[in-house]
Each structure stands twice: as structure tokens, then as C-alpha cells.
Design a protein around this ligand. Structure first.
Ligand code: WT7
Length: 685
């Protein structure tokens, strides 16, 4: 096979960021260089394969008739209050309708029906708080809580179709709130608790939210931290649509109170009736909006609807994790503020009747073995987390997980960014093969499923099936049954094995986004204009000699920091909103732990008085205030000029070379060819 790097593919022509830069940025560069030598493969054990809930038959069935495959999944995995009459309406692409005419209630499917089926006493959620407090909810109890919350939200005037903003920590009330909204047909819009008041306000405004659900605060590394203050700040300026704020008491800290607007959860939800009848909503009724960063400054409100989303999240959760709901204990470590926390915490596990662990805190509090202590305590059998976490644990040392009994683990999942083969092997050996705290090793380590998907795809799209696929360190490998993924060149032609290009999705899929809230043009433009009849994911990818797909990172101006998506443009506009900054350019530079780290190059205004450490600190805080702590640049470099093309486009590729300490690449298209040496000189000072 060829040893070409991905930069020789179509990507370089289309954007300023070559795919090989992104690949290196995601820590997958080495893996890729060695791709042709990557012949380690781990077939499922005979025992695992024999007990697997999904077999290779699903691929054959879906290949034969894709819509029929999904129709079967929809009817088997969900209870419809009204059956659908048409599986897929694709008469007006890119606007898809799945399970047309069907009616279904997400909360009924996640809760009531399990209770009706005699599973009321099964544990739905084991909650582990950061300070060590715990709560257990059975399906019966969780059903009651959701019914109460549904009644409470209705009593505050929320009706079907209204938007509810959710700004909560990882506590059971987050799941309860989402399901209560879904129950009454209100559209939730979760804003990650790490986003700032400004970011919250812009999302509240874009969605025109009527209600906000928040908490007084949460705990971070043993200390209380505030949340409601950000809601108060966000709503302090008039002109918003919020009528009520429901506040969960979580850490007991003092809060400002706005009489008439603010209501304690205890006074509204806890006091409400636990009787609430669920009615079916149209299959295409909006379920939620979730904002995600794009290539321009303004975050996009990704819209998901009900029937297709629930079908694909439930199917993938069962198939990819080999879920045996009677015996498994599942733990997805993602925050509900991200899509993973929607699909694989709030919805799919409950739809599938699983028992799951939910943890509020960070992995290092009060000690670096906290996660493994939780795995041991609850006998977690399926663990789903991100490469950045795995690399952090690698850094902390294998002695820490070795002190715990992780023998219950039988499936390991990865999501959010490419997982480098080194981290993959560590995950397998140190976590997946742990057979007890005395250093025993399993003969058959737990299979690893690397799952590629996006906020927009709603559910997993590319992943091995643990009882079927021989897994390969570093590759997400194969599209799931019923999913039509391809890697194409710039003309949209499928590339042969051994070649790279753009990742696309050729056919509509049930959990696909239905649009961008309030902006159908941007929806078409962003995803359906690069290749007219295919969905453009924004990722570079390559097919290896076996035809397995390797993800190479973004080919657009989107960064991936610890598996979280941030846009260069968004951080740049935050920086230039500071009075001392004249111009700014942001790149994602390779980082050992977080995959990429934000590096900003700024030109200060001439009248800026300070150019030293102080201004750098001030600018970092400014970005934290504008967007949120997760967006704070790791490094800010004050430079005299920025590299631009003659048409004025910043050549981030060159800045990325500087940020990653590489020799600067081809700079011949620069308008001023002295700029890079000016930058180098200023950085040497
Ligand atoms: C982007 C989507 C999916 C939930 C979390 C992130 C990257 C995601 C993988 C993976 C390589 C991955 C892609 C994608 N990504 N999973 N397994 N291997 N890259 O959701 O914030 O919407 O980001 O994350 O670049 O486009 P998101």
C-alpha cells in the first residue's frame, strides 16, 4: 500500500488545515504513519461471540434492505402508541422524516413501560456524588420523579413545543429534567455547566427558552462551585423570554433569589403529583436542541427529533456495548451537557432498561483512583469514556487502577476523538485485562469499541461490534449495520483501500439531525453543499488495506479539546472583543493529554499598555468569561503580525506548525513572506 500521508489527499485543496496536521493534532499521527504495519487484531473470544446480543446477521439484513432493517429495530426497541406507516420519507433532501405517522413518547419508553413490564424494582441509576453521597433510583422511583417534574413544568406554563434550557451538573435531576421535557413534548436545550453566563444567554436567546432548570451549584475537587449565579447574570439584561427558573438545591450555598421567577425544585417538583399520563408525540416532534461549535463564530443549535433518534441510540447502545440489561452495569462518564450524555446517559440506557452509574465529579477527587473505586463498588461491566481520560490515567500510572478489582468489566468504549494505539493498548491491558487487585490478568481482556459519531449524527455511526469484529488499535473500523459511511476524494468519488479523503455519509440515518434551529440555509450549506447528495462530516479519514476506517481529525476550523468541540472563530472573536486585542488567530495544537490544546496568537493594539504575562492572564480569563473555562487558551503568544494570504485569509496551518514546534511548511502564498520570521523572532524574545 502507499505510504502517502493524508495531506496528499483532497483535504489540503479545500481548507487551510491539512488533514495530516489534524491527525497529528489528535495524537493519531504516529498511528497513521505505521498504518500499514498495524496488523494487531483482537478477535472476540469464542465465549463472548457465543453470548453476543447482535451477530453479523445484522449487517446482512441491513445491506439487503436498509429501511426495513431500521423499521424492525424501531418496532422491536420502542413501544409506539401509534404505529408508523412509512419508514423513511426522503422526498425533500436533506430534510428527512423517519417512521412517518408514528407516535411515541420517549419518557414512557424509558420508564413507564419497564415498570408495567414488572421491572419497577430494577435499578435505573446509581448516583455517586462528588462528596461521596449516593442515591439509588429504581425504574419505579425514577418514573415517579419524572412524572412529578412533568407536572411541575406544566404548572409553570410549559407546553408542548416550548423550549426549556437546562444548566445542571451531573446529578439525577438532569436526567429527570430531560425526560420530563420529553414526556410533555417540550424541547430541551442543555447548556454545559462549564459554559459562561454569556454563552448561556446566547443559547437561551437563540432557542427562546421559557424555563431554565439549574442548581445552586455543584462540587469540583472537593469544593462547592456555583451555577445559579451564571443564570442570574445571563438573565440580568432584559429582552429574554424566560419566565421561570427552577433551582435544585445541590450544595446549599447562598443564592440570590428573584421572587416570582425562581422556584426551588423541592417546592415545585417534589411537591407535585406523581400521576401523569404520557401521550404519544409525532415521530418527527422535536426532542431537543444542542448547541455545538461550527466553523464560524455562532454556535449551531443542532435539532433532533423523536422516533429516529430513539431507535438508533437504543439499537447502537445494545449492539455496540453488547448490552445484557438484566446483568450489566453500564457507566458512561460523559456529562449530560454533551451529546454523549444525551444519547448514552439520558436516553438509550433507559430505553433499553439498563442499570447505569452516574458520577458528578472529576477523576482525581479525592484521589486518582476514584473512577476505579466506583467500577469496583458497582461492579461496572461496560465503561464508556474518552481518550483524553485514558491518556490522563496513563500519565498517573498503571499502579493506580491495579489497586482495584476491575474484573467486572467486559466491554470498554471510547468516544470523542481518535484514540491513539498506545492509549488503546493501555486501556486493554491495564483496564480491560484487570482480573482483580492482586495483579491477576484476564485471559480474554474486554473488547474495546471505538465509536465515531457527532452531535449531528445523534448516535454512533462507525464502531466495531464486540462479538463480531476483530478489533484493531486506533481504528473505529466499520460502519454500523444500516449506516452508509464512505471516504471520498474532492470530487465525491469513493477512494480505494489504502487512500484517504473526506468522511461522508451516503444515505440518511434515523438519528440524523433534522436541521439547525431557526436556520435551514445554514444546515444545507454546512453539511450538504460540499458534496450535494452526501452528508459532509468535517472529518478527514482513511481506509486501510482491510477497508477499515481510520479517523484523522477535523479538516475544518473546528478543534477537539478533550473530546469537546470548540471553534477557532469563536475563540478568536472572544479575544478581539477585548479592548487590548487588535487581531487574533487560534489553532488547535497537538497535546499529549487533551488531544489538542487551544493556542492563540494575538496582535495587541498599539495603545495597549501591557504586553507581558499580565495581559496573557487577563486574556485567558476574558475568554473564560465570554465562552467558558474549557475554551481558555493553554498558550497565548503575542506576535507582531499574522500570516495571511493575499485575499486576507489567516493561514492557520503555518501557525499550527509554530505551535507544535515544527518547521514551518510551505509559506509561498503569504501576502508578506517575512511574517513567519517576524513571528519566530518575537517568540524567541
Ligand atoms: C467530532 C464530533 C460523538 C460524541 C462526542 C463528540 C470527533 C468523535 C471520534 C472517534 C475519532 C472522533 C470527530 C467528530 N470524534 N468520536 N471515535 N474517533 N474522532 O461529539 O462534539 O459533536 O464532535 O468529534 O472529529 O467530527 P462532537
Amino acid at each position: 500500500m502507499s505510504h502517502e500521508t493524508p495531506s496528499s489527499t483532497a483535504t489540503a485543496a479545500h481548507t487551510d488545515v491539512p488533514a495530516n496536521g489534524s491527525a497529528a493534532g489528535n495524537g493519531n499521527g504516529d498511528a497513521f504513519e505505521n498504518l500499514s504495519h498495524e496488523n494487531r487484531k483482537f478477535a472476540p473470544s469464542a465465549e463472548f461471540a457465543a453470548n453476543a446480543v447482535v451477530t453479523a446477521a445484522d449487517y446482512a439484513e441491513a445491506d439487503a434492505d436498509r429501511p426495513a432493517f431500521w423499521a424492525r429495530q424501531a418496532r422491536e426497541l420502542l413501544t409506539w402508541s401509534k404505529d408508523f406507516t412509512e419508514t423513511l420519507d426522503w422526498s425533500n433532501p436533506p430534510f428527512a422524516k423517519w417512521f412517518v405517522g408514528g407516535e411515541v413518547n420517549a419518557a414512557y419508553n424509558a420508564l413507564d413501560r419497564h415498570v408495567e413490564n414488572g421491572l419497577g424494582d430494577r435499578v435505573a441509576i446509581y448516583f455517586e456524588g462528588e462528596p461521596g453521597d449516593t442515591r439509588t433510583y429504581t425504574y419505579a422511583q425514577l418514573t415517579d420523579e419524572v412524572k412529578k417534574a412533568a407536572n411541575a413544568f406544566e404548572s409553570l406554563g410549559v407546553v408542548k413545543g416550548d423550549r426549556v434550557a437546562v444548566y445542571l451538573p451531573m446529578i439525577p435531576e438532569a436526567v429527570i429534567t430531560l425526560l420530563a421535557c420529553a414526556r410533555i413534548g417540550a424541547i430541551h436545550s442543555v447548556v454545559f455547566g462549564g459554559f459562561s453566563a454569556d454563552a448561556l444567554r446566547s443559547r437561551v436567546d437563540d432557542a427562546e427558552a421559557k424555563l431554565v432548570v439549574t442548581a445552586d451549584g455543584t462540587y469540583r475537587r472537593g469544593k462547592p462551585s456555583a451555577l445559579k449565579t451564571a443564570v442570574d447574570e445571563a438573565l440580568s439584561q432584559a429582552g429574554h423570554t424566560v419566565q421561570n427558573v427552577v433551582v435544585v438545591k445541590r450544595n446549599g450555598q447562598d443564592v440570590d433569589w428573584h421572587e416570582g421567577r425562581d422556584h426551588w425544585w423541592a417546592d415545585t417538583v417534589d411537591a407535585a403529583s406523581p400521576d401523569h399520563a404520557a401521550v404519544g408525540h409525532d415521530s418527527e416532534h422535536p426532542l431537543f436542541i444542542l448547541y455545538t461549535s461550527g466553523t464560524t463564530g455562532k454556535p449551531k443549535g443542532i435539532l433532533h427529533t423523536t422516533g429516529g433518534y430513539l431507535t438508533q441510540t437504543a439499537y447502537t447502545h445494545k449492539a455496540v456495548f453488547d448490552l445484557h440489561p438484566e446483568t450489566d452495569v453500564y457507566w458512561c462518564t460523559a456529562d449530560v451537557g454533551w451529546v454523549t450524555g444525551h444519547s448514552y446517559v439520558a436516553y438509550a440506557p433507559l430505553i433499553n432498561g439498563a442499570t447505569q452509574v452516574m458520577y458528578e465529579g472529576t477523576p482525581d477527587s479525592p484521589h486518582q483512583g476514584r473512577w476505579w473505586e466506583i467500577v469496583e463498588k458497582y461492579k461496572v461491566s461496560i465503561l464508556y469514556t474518552a481518550p483524553t481520560a485514558i491518556r490522563t490515567f496513563m500519565k498517573w500510572g498503571k499502579e493506580i487502577p491495579a489497586k482495584f478489582d476491575l474484573s467486572s468489566i467486559r466491554v470498554l468504549g471510547s468516544v470523542g476523538e481518535p484514540i491513539n494505539p498506545e492509549a488503546w493498548m493501555w486501556y486493554r491491558d491495564v483496564i480491560g485485562a484487570n482480573a482483580g487487585k492482586n495483579g491477576e490478568k484476564k485471559e480474554n481482556p474486554a473488547p474495546i469499541v471505538d465509536t465515531w459519531w457527532q452531535t449531528e449524527t445523534g448516535a454512533q455511526m462507525i464502531a466495531p461490534l464486540p462479538g463480531v469484529t476483530a478489533t484493531k488499535p486506533g481504528s473505529a473500523q466499520v460502519p454500523l449495520p444500516g449506516i452508509a459511511v464512505d471516504v471520498v476524494d474532492e470530487l465525491g468519488e469513493s477512494v480505494p483501500n489504502g487512500h484517504g479523503g473526506f468522511l461522508v455519509i451516503r444515505e440518511p440515518w434515523p438519528a440524523m439531525l433534522r436541521g439547525i434551529w431557526g436556520d435551514p440555509e445554514r444546515f444545507k450549506e454546512t453539511y450538504w453543499s460540499r458534496f450535494e447528495t452526501m452528508y459532509f462530516a468535517g472529518d478527514g479519514a482513511k481506509k486501510d488495506d482491510d477497508g477499515d476506517v481510520w479517523l484523522l481529525g477535523r479538516v475544518d476550523d473546528v478543534m477537539n479539546i478533550s473530546g469537546h468541540r470548540l471553534s477557532t472563530a469563536e475563540i478568536e472573536s472572544a479575544l478581539v472583543s477585548h479592548p487590548a486585542v487588535a487581531e487574533a488567530a487560534v489553532v488547535g495544537a497537538a497535546d499529549e493529554t487533551t488531544g489538542q490544546a487551544v493556542v492563540a496568537f494575538v496582535i495587541l493594539r498599539e495603545d495597549a499598555t501591557d504586553s507581558g504575562d499580565e495581559i496573557v492572564q487577563e486574556l485567558r480569563n476574558h475568554v473564560g468569561k465570554e465562552i467558558g473555562p474549557i475554551a481558555k487558551p493553554k498558550t497565548i503568544l503575542v506576535v507582531p503580525e499574522l500570516p495571511k494570504t493575499r485575499s486576507g485569509k489567516i493561514m492557520r496551518r503555518l501557525l499550527k506548525d509554530v505551535a507544535e514546534g515544527r518547521e514551518v511548511g510551505d509559506a509561498t502564498t503569504l501576502a508578506d513572506n517575512t511574517v513567519m520570521s517576524q513571528i519566530a523572532q518575537s517568540l524567541r524574545k
